[in-house]
Write a protein that binds this ligand. Structure first.
Ligand SMILES: [Zn+2]
Length: 304
């Protein structure tokens, strides 16, 4: 659910850019550059504080690294008006602790990948994984200059990291599809602060994935038809409905053979834009034929 916001719709990305910019500059930032996290309220009205579950338990990443090395699970999962993100302390290849900063799929892309994962079936999972990772790499080359330019408005010398596309096994209580995202890693030194582990472009790429703030409106590569094309070009079996244009699957284990969207809001009901909501109704009975609505129907793709 969207968080409540006191301020304008553009605010969160500006906040994140400002925040990290001020956090990573030496000395005190000017007053107008102060972070404005008070603008973000959780659903329960609490003030939003990033990484709170980490910062209250571990004063610094070095403290968290010690705990991780001792076997603790050290992670924060949350979001600020964008896609889900995770900060977690992991042990690297040589046993050294690092902070992983990850952002996960959201919006149209998440729905397409979820439906495609069902379409791909057991036998197609490896091709799906390789295709989605390749598509994420391609998408990141589009997103990275945009998020970098945004931060450079505040920090002209800023360079955005090249994020790694990654996948994980399906979550225990998730949709049954692999989880995908982008991530970067932060080394932990004795004087590393939690602010040092928040890369702004990475955080703001969560807005590019969720899209609902409009910060990335007009970016052709993020529009649904283009996302579908990038995935299909890499063998990811994305199916869109010819009526409502939403991603659909007919291979969900409980809805086999019925085209459904991945959400229960419309499910098997196609809310195609051309369909009149209210037509003439029957006089003697309660239900009209329109109550059956229309099913989704897969769009026909040109032969390749
Ligand atoms: Zn439809």
């Amino acid at each position: 659910m969207p968080k409540k916001r006191k301020k304008n719709r553009k605010a969160p990305s500006q906040h994140s850019a400002r925040r990290s910019a001020s956090a990573q500059q030496a000395g005190s930032p000017p007053a107008e550059e102060e972070p404005e996290w008070e603008g973000h309220l959780e659903a329960d009205g609490e003030e939003f504080t990033p990484l709170l579950s980490l910062t209250t338990r571990y004063p610094t990443p070095a403290h968290a690294a010690k705990a991780a090395e001792a076997g603790d699970q050290v992670e924060w999962i949350g979001h600020i008006d964008g896609a889900r993100m995770r900060h977690r302390v992991m042990l690297g290849a040589h046993g050294e602790a690092v902070v992983e900063q990850a952002v996960f799929l959201d919006g149209d892309l998440e729905k397409m990948v979820l439906c495609a994962a069902h379409q791909a079936g057991e036998e197609g999972q490896e091709q799906l994984r390789a295709g989605v990772l390749s598509a994420l790499d391609a998408l990141h080359t589009v997103i990275r200059p945009l998020t970098e330019a945004h931060v450079r408005e505040f920090r002209p010398d800023y360079t955005a990291p090249v994020l790694e596309s990654f996948s994980e096994a399906p979550e225990p209580h998730g949709a049954g599809a692999p989880v995908f995202g982008w991530r970067t890693f932060h080394h932990i030194e004795p004087d590393t602060t939690w602010d040092d582990t928040i890369d702004t472009a990475t955080w703001n790429s969560s807005l590019a994935l969720s899209r609902w703030l409009g910060d990335f409106d007009g970016v052709h590569d993020l529009e649904a038809p283009q996302l579908a094309r990038v995935l299909r070009d890499r063998g990811v079996p994305v199916v869109l409905c010819a009526g409502c244009e939403k991603p659909i699957t007919n291979r969900h284990p409980r809805w086999t053979g019925v085209w459904v969207t991945p959400d229960s809001e419309s499910g098997p009901v196609c809310e195609s834009p051309g369909r009149p909501l209210w037509g003439p109704g029957p006089e003697l009975s309660l239900f009209s034929d329109a109550d059956f609505t229309d099913p989704h129907r897969p769009e026909e793709l040109p032969a390749r």
